[in-house]
Design a protein around this ligand. Structure first.
Ligand code: GUN
Length: 297
């Protein structure tokens, strides 16, 4: 079997289109403009690229984008004061503090100081608890993007065997919760899992989110399974140049899978599209308006 390629870039453009339409309607009917504030502490080059891209796409769908760039040695008190100010600002519906933070700042404390209703990353402990108990919450963007692609490809996921490789708070754990919510039988595998190959071979859905380049070979994949590759790893090729690869070995997995997301152009573009979707959802909830269909879990 040669896998169907799931085009995350095209699907993300579709999601952004839906968000933009809804944003235009909010403006027209309610004179509302959703606002997203992104806070970046320090000068991590990868984070700066992400933040710039987020700002550009936020403006493109008609939302207000606010960036706060703080020095690397910003004190915790100053950062918490900024978050408090953003929590109280009615023109801001979503707050995202770019991670990782410099080492002297307590990430949990900072994230949990964000108003849960504005926590468009879905990292606040309240949102984690709501998701875990099947209640309405803000859902982390990367797993939400993966779920949307899976639903689009399969329709119902009910009864499918899903294996999530990776147990991070940002991807692995919320991904597992979302798949469980869609009635999959879910296994979370990780670096200590015994006989990982056999565990993965049972999966109808494999979500790889470990951050290890090309660690899943094709012969672990059940014929016809769907492979969602969350990894983005830069590796050096034989000629000294670098390239981006995922957590699965794309060529061999694509030979056995029924469908697969490429890297780049798979999960990556969906993450920012879902951030915009979450900001729209947060705006609708804050104003007691109907939520957009198909853009939440
Ligand atoms: N750093 C890498 N990915 C993310 C993300 O999804 N959200 C935040 N806040 N920081 C990140």
């Amino acid at each position: 079997m040669t896998a169907q390629v799931i085009d995350g870039k095209a699907f993300a453009a579709e999601v952004r289109g839906k968000v933009a339409e809804h944003v235009a309607r909010l403006k027209e009917k309610h004179d509302l403009v959703p606002g997203l504030a992104v806070v970046l502490v320090g000068e991590d080059p990868a984070s700066e690229v992400y933040v710039r891209s987020k700002g550009k796409q936020t403006t493109e769908v008609g939302m207000k984008s606010v960036e706060h760039k703080l020095d690397a040695d910003t004190s915790e008190a100053d950062l918490l004061a900024l978050i408090d100010q953003l929590n109280k600002d009615d023109s801001i519906n979503g707050i995202l503090v770019q991670l990782p933070l410099p080492g002297h700042l307590d990430e949990d404390l900072v994230i949990n100081s964000i108003d849960p209703a504005k926590d468009v990353d879905g990292f606040h402990i309240s949102n984690v608890g709501l998701l875990g108990t099947g209640q309405k919450s803000m859902v982390p963007c990367t797993p939400l993007g993966c779920l949307m692609m899976l639903r689009e490809h399969h329709g119902s996921l009910s009864g499918m065997n899903a294996v999530v490789i990776g147990r991070s708070n940002i991807v692995g754990k919320p991904m597992a919760q979302l798949l469980l919510g869609d009635s999959c039988t879910v296994t979370i595998a990780h670096s200590r899992t015994k006989d990982l190959a056999d565990v993965v071979r049972r999966a109808d859905i494999v979500v790889a989110a470990v951050g290890r380049p090309e660690m899943v070979p094709g012969d672990w994949i059940k014929e016809g399974a769907t492979v969602i590759d969350v990894g983005i790893n830069r590796i050096e090729k034989d000629d000294g140049k670098t390239k981006l690869v995922g957590d699965v070995d794309y060529a061999s997995c694509a030979e056995r899978a029924g469908a697969i997301t490429p890297v780049p152009g798979g999960v990556g573009p969906m993450t920012i599209a879902c951030l915009l979707a979450n900001t729209l959802t947060a705006t609708c909830r804050a104003n007691g308006l109907e939520e957009p269909e198909g853009l939440t879990a």
